[in-house]
Design a protein. Structure first.
Length: 223
């Protein structure tokens, strides 16, 4: 089962993209999503619906899309699903976000009906959330805050596709930019995700292994 939904909102594209990059924000749209825990290479999503289950969630992204791959491959109940968000360029200040929802598993007709209900409510929630995010960004700029902020609220300073042999150059650039602020580098080859954080010119944390990545690599640098 595959459904497409469009959301319209008046907000800068970087604010919309950064909001969608944070999976915790998705919890606000589906009441059955009860908890989300960070694990290696993704998250565990706890769902309380017709049955209580734990799903594996993995995030991949390109220059235009943010994709959450959701699955349960063990036990009697098997689920394969995905949420693909595409952020279309601004027209007259209006951003269009298209969500393509794919689901393969039990009770597909019920899931389809529930998705339509959540979409109707979600359109208004999304507008409210974007208004709030814009206010936060404006306030932070006005206050001139130098403290560390969540990754999804950081400014994107570079994004694109690179070959693995170019990676060292971009990591050196990120390290240099981190002398006076925190810089986070997110890497994905659509199978694995690596997150590297630099601060004060040093590497302070890393999630995932760079050696697990293969070309081409999508890179996102945030500061």
């Amino acid at each position: 089962m595959e459904q497409a939904y469009d959301f319209e909102v008046e907000a800068p594209p970087e604010v919309v993209r950064d909001y969608l990059m944070n999976p915790e924000n998705l919890m606000k749209y589906v009441p059955h999503f009860k908890d989300l825990k960070r694990v290696d290479n993704g998250w565990e999503l706890y769902v309380n619906w017709l049955f209580t289950i734990k799903l594996k969630v993995k995030r991949v992204f390109t220059n235009t899309d943010i994709i959450y791959l959701v699955e349960k491959s063990e036990g009697l109940i098997k689920i394969k699903s995905s949420l693909r968000f595409t952020v279309f360029p601004s027209k007259g200040g209006i951003i269009i976000v298209r969500l393509v929802f794919f689901y393969e598993g039990p009770f597909e007709s019920i899931v389809k009906g529930q998705a339509n209900v959540f979409y109707k409510r979600g359109k208004e929630v999304f507008k409210t959330e974007m208004t709030k995010e814009k206010r936060i960004v404006i306030q932070e700029r006005q206050n001139g805050e130098d403290g560390e902020v969540p990754i999804y609220k950081m400014k994107t300073i570079f994004s694109g596709k690179i070959n693995k042999d170019e990676l060292e150059k971009y990591l050196e650039m990120a390290m240099a930019k981190s002398v006076n602020s925190t810089v986070v580098v997110i890497l994905s080859d659509e199978r694995n995700i690596v997150e590297i954080k630099f601060k004060g010119g040093d590497l302070v944390s890393q999630k995932g292994e760079v050696e697990s990545l293969s070309s081409p690599i999508t890179i996102l640098i945030k500061q």
